[in-house]
Design a protein around this ligand. Structure first.
Ligand SMILES: *Cc1c(COP(=O)(O)O)cnc(C)c1O
Length: 459
């Protein structure tokens, strides 16, 4: 009998509620620290967020409920591509000659090619319900902007995207993708906002960063009553929406008759990995599966979890956002332009940061060539060309599978494959032709960036 390698849920098995990890963290004695007001340093009250987000999302941001119902119109859009497939990567296992069983949950099957529509759809829906006319946001490599542009077109909202200038220039197809859905795309830093003008005044040739683009997008939302801001990662409500990934994967692993020993994902701001990991993490925190391991992976050029500091910091360069307790390389840190644009963020989700700090998650950083070696091996065995971001998770999983081979262990590995790499062919071309520089993390630059951290004690 041939072994089954694909574990599909029926169309009516989409989760009907999102999963909030907070009650399980508190139950395990892990108390999150509150976000602080950027001016006063006092805990943030909902009214500070009201100019940027609709009330429903602010409530989700601070919710202590374990389950939050997914509205019908959001489920209707999810049905266009969810449930997403879970595959067993038997061909990769054979190539590695590992006794490990490798599974991957594939979010690249969404229309935008990544996990990001899971939250973009929900955010567009709640903003439309609240009577908002236009959404403003930032995008790095273009994945988030693509997802929000699509979501806005479904719900009849305008969409303004500040795209990091380096990507705007290198990735025209992503820009055109957004424009196809009716979005307006501006390269960031732009001369259309105060934050952008300030950066251009100091650094006329700036190629931008996610932190700068966030400042521009927030400024537009804060100064226009009909415009709200939308964020693609990091905040609680974003990770919450992404838990459809892990809730489906949990059922699919049951179909496969296995339980993961280690759950691996890549971390930019933490949303796809949090979304996959948290439904499994609940078991670790409750003591049901205390030995399950969690491995968060990131680029060596932007090693937030492995080399950053756990501290209060701003989410953006212009210091407009609340102060978040998280692993950070400093809000002034501009990572080298590696190809995994979605992983070039100075901070990480507070909940995920806390789980790393408390020892419930491990973290590892890889160089570009290590990552693309894994990506090409995956493409050649499984047929999917992964996004450079997702390839970090594949690298982590391959390392686990090799360790299992050396130890003769039949370990079960679950990968979060957050997206496909069809818009990243230039990166593959650079790797295949030996033109991929090994971008080193510069500790001196990090020291300088960390020196700008606000001096706020942790609790
Ligand atoms: C944006 C992106 C990421 C990183 O963002 P997270 O919020 O950490 O998930 C990872 N993979 C892909 C394909 C992305 O588009």
């Amino acid at each position: 009998m041939t072994e089954r390698t694909r574990f599909d849920l029926a169309p009516d098995q989409i989760p009907e509620a999102w999963f909030n990890i907070l009650p399980d963290m508190v139950g395990a004695g892990i108390q999150p620290l509150p976000p602080l007001h950027p001016g006063t340093g006092e805990p943030v009250t909902p009214d500070l967020l009201a100019p940027l987000f609709p009330e429903a999302l602010i409530r989700q941001e601070v919710s202590t409920e374990r389950w939050i119902d997914i509205p019908g119109p959001v489920l209707d859009v999810y049905r266009l591509w969810r449930p997403t497939p879970l595959h067993r990567a038997t061909r990769l296992e054979q190539r590695l000659q590992t006794p490990a069983h490798i599974y991957f949950k594939y979010e690249g099957s969404s229309p935008a090619g990544s996990h990001k529509p899971n939250t973009a759809i929900a955010q567009a829906y709640y903003n439309k319900e609240a009577g908002v006319r236009r959404m403003s946001t930032e995008t790095g490599a273009g994945q988030w902007g693509s997802s929000l542009a699509m979501a806005c077109s479904f719900f009849g909202l305008e969409c303004l995207v500040f795209m990091v200038k380096a990507s705007f220039e290198q990735k025209p197809y992503r820009r055109i993708f957004m424009e196809t859905f009716g979005a307006e795309v501006r390269p960031s830093p732009s001369p259309t906002t105060e934050a952008g003008k300030k950066i251009l005044g100091e650094h006329p040739s700036s190629t931008g960063s996610l932190g700068i683009a966030i400042s521009e997008a927030i400024e537009v939302a804060a100064t226009n009553a009909d415009t709200n801001y939308s964020i693609g990662s990091c905040l609680n409500h974003v990770l919450l929406h992404q838990t459809v990934i892990g809730l489906e994967a949990r059922k699919q692993m049951e179909l496969a008759g296995e339980r993961p020993d280690v759950v691996v994902g890549c971390v930019g701001g933490g949303s796809n990995y949090g979304g996959l990991a948290y439904p499994f993490m609940a078991g670790r925190l409750s003591g049901e599966s205390p030995e399950m391991r969690f491995l968060a992976t990131e680029p060596a050029a932007c090693p937030t979890l492995t080399k950053g500091r756990f501290a209060y910091d701003f989410g953006d360069t212009a210091q407009l956002t609340p102060l978040l307790p998280m692993y950070t390389l400093g809000h002034d840190f501009v990572p080298a332009p590696v190809h995994a644009g979605g992983l070039r963020y100075h901070g990480d989700a507070p909940s995920l940061s806390l789980l790393v700090k408390e020892g419930h998650m491990e973290a590892a950083a890889y160089t570009q060539n290590e990552v693309f070696e894994a990506a090409v091996l995956f493409a050649q065995t499984q047929g999917i060309v992964p996004a450079p971001e997702s390839a970090h998770a594949i690298r982590g999983a391959i390392n686990e599978a090799i360790a299992a081979r050396e130890a003769g262990e039949e370990k079960v590995i679950l990968i979060g494959l957050s997206g496909h790499g069809h818009f990243d062919m230039q990166a593959y071309d650079d790797y295949l032709n030996g033109r991929l520089p090994e971008v080193e993390f510069d500790p001196a630059e990090e020291e300088a960036a960390l020196a700008s951290l606000p001096q706020i004690p942790l609790g």
